[in-house]
Design a protein around this ligand. Sequence first.
Ligand code: MN
Length: 340
Amino acid sequence: MKALKIYEPYKLEIIDIEKPSIDEKNNVLVKMTATGICGSDVGIYHGTNAAATYPRIIGHEMVGVVDEVGENVTKLKVGDRVIVNQVTSCGNCYPCSINRGNVCDDLKVRGVHIDGGYREYIAVPENDCYILPSSISDVDAVMIEPTTIAIQACTRGRLVEDDMLLIYGAGALGSTILKVAKQFCKNIIVADILDEKLEEAKKNGAKHTINVLKEDLVEKVKEYTNGHGSTISIDSACVKDSLMLLLKATGNAGRVVTMGFSTSATEVNQFLITSKELDIIGSRLQNKMFSKAIEMINEGKLDLNGSVSHTFPLVKGQEAFDFIDSKDPSIRKVVLTFDF
Ligand code: MN
């Protein structure tokens, strides 16, 4: 079977490998039909993802159809369309013991620490598969994975109806957070540097938008929140100065959710945190959020149709990554398909 493997930054190859077989542990064989290219995959390709190890078959947004089931499988049957959980955890460490397997001491993310979905077949435990609603296509279903990341950020931030939420960054991550967050609260401010992204955010339910290149973020957030500042701020821009800015823009007793993966030092000051008694909350991956995302789709609260802008067959993976690097403004979500 074919796979797309990254040997080192900027060096990817289509290779032929043996089709996996199912066993006790990995007891379902999934035939991939669509796998998304995430910002973090581009980071692995560029060599800027601190978590990644090489060589690696990447891809953690994995949609497919069950092709074979092991003896002890009870819930799935051949032909079921599924999305595969990217998180694997040990089940025994401290985080796992308090139901925080997404930050397991021995965390292994498919497509990052172990091989992922850029291949024709993957063998996984049955419990790592979630059956897709019939209302969503395989290509669009790839977006369920980023949605789980957004649900995690909103959950970690304890988002409630009365909140005045600031989403900093309206790219792929920020726009998904907006889609999820608007189900919890109405007062949402989105900030970015691109007017077109902000216009889209307005269309998608942001009450206010701020172009941080043209307007003062902290002042504008105050203005839109009756002088208080946001009650919760989520950093979906994850740039050098974003944490410091959000500490300033967030009001007393607020929460700041970080999602960045950069290892370079960033300036913050304790006075802002202590004097306002802010909660600074990290949000990583997702903790059993696939069922929630699928429930939102089934209830008609979440529409992921039309989020994907381009598809490439897996064998044209290099073209797909080059296209993403071109930063073409039409790019939203790029998905690799397996119809070759
Ligand atoms: Mn992703």
